[in-house]
Design a protein around this ligand. Structure first.
Ligand SMILES: Cc1cc2nc3c(=O)[nH]c(=O)nc-3n(C[C@H](O)[C@H](O)[C@H](O)COP(=O)(O)OP(=O)(O)OC[C@H]3O[C@@H](n4cnc5c(N)ncnc54)[C@H](O)[C@@H]3O)c2cc1C
Length: 412
């Protein structure tokens, strides 16, 4: 992600992968909550929009504004940890990775993590970022309280306990209710993970699917449509139609306590989860009811092999538990998560459109940070609390200053 001011004094912002950018009227550094309040009030006075970015890891135009872009990257650091209650409070721009050591020292860890740990906690919560595990929810599910500057420039202190009637809107807000300055999330007692990375033909993976899902804390896989797919994500070489399967178990064994084969590791949970990706893909990710999981995967693999020659990146398959965040793709519904990617520099839209058509038929909801084809009509059909969320949004932000064109199409 980059903030820039060019020679002609035109500020600009670009996301991590480079497919989204904007030219805000101003970029305002906001390293304190008071600064956020002042910037939001300034934008309101001038009739400008206001947005903020986390680490810029969303592929969608969910951040951009031509108004004031608040640079909240200075709002950083774990503020407090309550080991008895398993709660951690941090400033909004603290990255997932930056929680690792302080939580561990307090005997705690995130219950789950996704494929990278560079997202800001506020960005991860605002888009229901998730890892894999049928019993494990997204970051939105773990949000218990937050401080947020609303569209009037007022600080609201919100919590699941004190505000149960609207907290579901706050838990996955896409930045539409205001700028979060501090978040409290529920965490778990610290745990080590025993990781096994296994390559297997798709037939074997399908045969073992139920067992692997039942036996491991985390079972997820990348299916390779071509011989070169594996290397595109920096994995060990694999042939077409093979799967790179990730199998994680909690273990009482300490790291380094015994020699392990090269495809296995034991380490602290937060050291196992993150992978490092090149910014060489533009991803779409849809959540489909978990009941049909295997059929959904098989159908999608068939589609990619039979009629989508643009399928070069691996298809990632994960599982997420249901949650209560109104705009979360997992709202009151456990999911199988299917991710596919287009190749930057090519016209991948027809390919993604075909993936969308098939998955939408199966009941898909989108990942807000990944490419999607949602419209207001589709959201009304797919999210039972869509109208309720829009009502809360209008109350928190009466002037619509947190709506940008992408979000206005769906949420105005
Ligand atoms: C390589 C890569 C790997 C990924 N892996 C996963 C994965 O494993 N699982 C998964 O679910 N997703 C994954 N994602 C998607 C990513 O987690 C989400 O897009 C997430 O939102 C990015 O967080 P961010 O901090 O970069 O937020 P941004 O993309 O910068 O912003 C996302 C949203 O959060 C809002 N926001 C940010 N800060 C605040 C704040 N202080 N107050 C209010 N709103 C705020 C922004 O306005 C925006 O609406 C991945 C993305 C990439 C590029």
């Amino acid at each position: 992600m980059a903030f820039e001011v060019t020679d002609d004094e035109q500020p600009s912002w670009t996301n991590w992968v480079g497919n989204q950018s904007c030219n805000p009227a101003r970029i305002v550094p906001c390293a304190t909550e008071d600064a956020v309040v002042a910037a939001v009030r300034e934008a309101r006075r001038e009739g400008l929009g206001a947005r903020t970015a986390g680490s810029g890891h969303s592929f969608t135009p969910i951040v951009g504004t031509d108004g004031i872009l608040l640079d909240t990257s200075g709002l950083k650091g774990v503020v407090s940890i309550d080991p008895d209650a398993c709660l951690a409070t941090a400033k909004a721009h603290t990255t997932i990775g930056e929680f690792g050591d302080p939580l561990w020292e307090a005997g705690l860890a995130f219950k789950n993590q996704g494929d990278i740990d560079t997202q800001a906690i506020a960005g991860a919560v605002a888009t229901s970022t998730h890892g894999s595990g049928p019993d494990l929810g997204s970051y939105s599910a773990e949000l218990k309280a937050c401080r947020l500057v609303d569209g009037r420039g007022e600080v609201r202190v919100l919590s699941a306990d004190a505000d149960p009637e609207i907290f579901g809107a706050v838990q996955c807000s896409l930045g539409l209710l205001g700028i979060m300055t501090e978040l409290t999330v529920e965490v778990a007692p610290a745990y080590n993970i025993h990781e096994k990375i296994v390559f297997m033909p798709v037939e074997e993976m399908l045969e073992r699917w139920d067992d692997l899902l039942a036996q491991y804390r985390h079972f997820s896989f990348f299916w390779m449509p071509t011989d070169r797919s594996s290397e595109l994500f920096g994995f060990a070489p694999a042939k077409a139609d093979q799967c790179m399967v990730k199998l994680y178990r909690e273990t009482a064994e300490a790291p380094g306590s015994r020699p392990l084969p090269p495809n296995e590791r034991i380490d602290r949970s937060y050291r196992i989860y993150p992978h490092v990706f090149e910014p060489n893909f533009h991803e779409l990710e849809y959540f489909v009811p978990a009941d049909d999981a295997r059929a959904v995967f098989e159908e999608h693999r068939h589609l990619m092999l039979s009629s989508l020659p643009d399928s070069v990146f691996p298809m990632e398959v994960r599982f997420v538990a249901a949650d209560e965040a109104w705009m979360s793709p997992n709202y009151q519904r456990p999911s199988i998560v299917i991710s596919v990617s287009g190749e930057p520099g090519t016209d991948y839209w027809p390919y993604l459109r075909k993936c969308d058509a098939q998955l939408y038929e199966r009941g898909a909801r989108p990942h807000w940070g990944k490419l999607h084809f949602m419209t207001a009509e589709r959201l009304a059909e797919r999210f039972p609390k869509y109208q309720a969320f829009k009502d809360v949004r209008a109350e928190f932000d009466p002037d619509g200053m947190f709506l940008n064109p992408h979000l206005a199409e769906m949420f105005e």
